[in-house]
Design a protein around this ligand. Sequence first.
Ligand SMILES: Cc1ncc(COP(=O)(O)O)c(C=O)c1O
Length: 369
Amino acid sequence: MKIPFLDVSYANRALKEEILEGWSTILDSGQFVGGDAVRNCEEAMATAFGTKHFALVSSGTDALRFILLSLGLGPGDEVITVPNTFIATTEAISQCGATPVFVDIDPTTYTMDPEAISGVLSPRTKGILPVHLYGHPADLDPIRAVTEQHDLWLVEDAAQAHGARYKDKPTGTLGAAAAYSFYPGKNLGACGEAGGVATNDEALDAKVRMYRDHGQARKYNHAMEGYNGRCDTLQASALEVKLAHLDTWQSARSTIAAQYHVLLRDIPGILLPGTAPWATHAWHLYVIQCKERDHVAALLAEAGIATGLHYPIPLHLQEPYDHLDYTGGAFPNTEAMASKLLSLPLYPGLTEDQVSYVAEQVAKTLSTV
Ligand SMILES: Cc1ncc(COP(=O)(O)O)c(C=O)c1O
């Protein structure tokens, strides 16, 4: 049996007619940038994700960058974040001229350890940027307690967390703003690149909209330099069609994760992903930890099962951050995990038989290493 790591065509196949209908109207109208499709999608996103404002931009990376720029982040400033995330989180900080300051993760949620924050606060700290990694929310209450006490902002990296909840509140609504990615493989994926900024702050939303459009609120009136960071109309139209199915896809993800749990829980030598009692997991990724990870991945590949690594080298040990002088051993939980983690296939459309086959092969493989 061949099982890909991801099947983005599942959603596109199911919604092809509807997406093409929207695209046909756009082709006829010639409105490829801005217009009703973008406005309608933004309204639908604001409703779905629970914020007053939602601005579509060209990627999750730009969403983060525009939020941080709008909050006034600049050279000399520091932002506290985690080393086990995709590099976009820290690129956004560095590309504002500021410095990422890392703290370790909690070994059960794989997200920011709130206890570690006080040790790295400095007069230069401007904000905290937790990542809801793999779809599991970061523990936001204790993080918010620090931001409130020290007058810092909180920004959520929700690129992997569409549909996650923290203590019954939607993630992405609990800080100054949140960045979403609609990269095709995400829980809600465009048919190309797209991202979005969710916020309840009208002024922040207005600033983000200026940053995405060359610093202009009105055509050729540039209050500042910005970027070409808009989401194109074709993507907005496809995203609005797909958004209506997000809840169904989220339930499919939860069902698959529950099936993995049952099938894998008694296998020796494997650690399954946990869910904190206060968390609703969005199950973007199903990440196990196991010994001999690379060998296990190779054997699974031989059995036709593709897996992923999220992320094999922690950011503090990556070349662009050499100048920050972190050394191996700085973040034991992150580093211990990096050599053991393995992401199994998880996406709507993965059948019960396929999940059973993956679990069977994981068990078989682990019995040989
Ligand atoms: C945690 C995290 N943050 C930010 C991003 C950036 O999103 P995009 O690829 O849409 O720029 C990603 C995308 O993989 C991500 O996983």
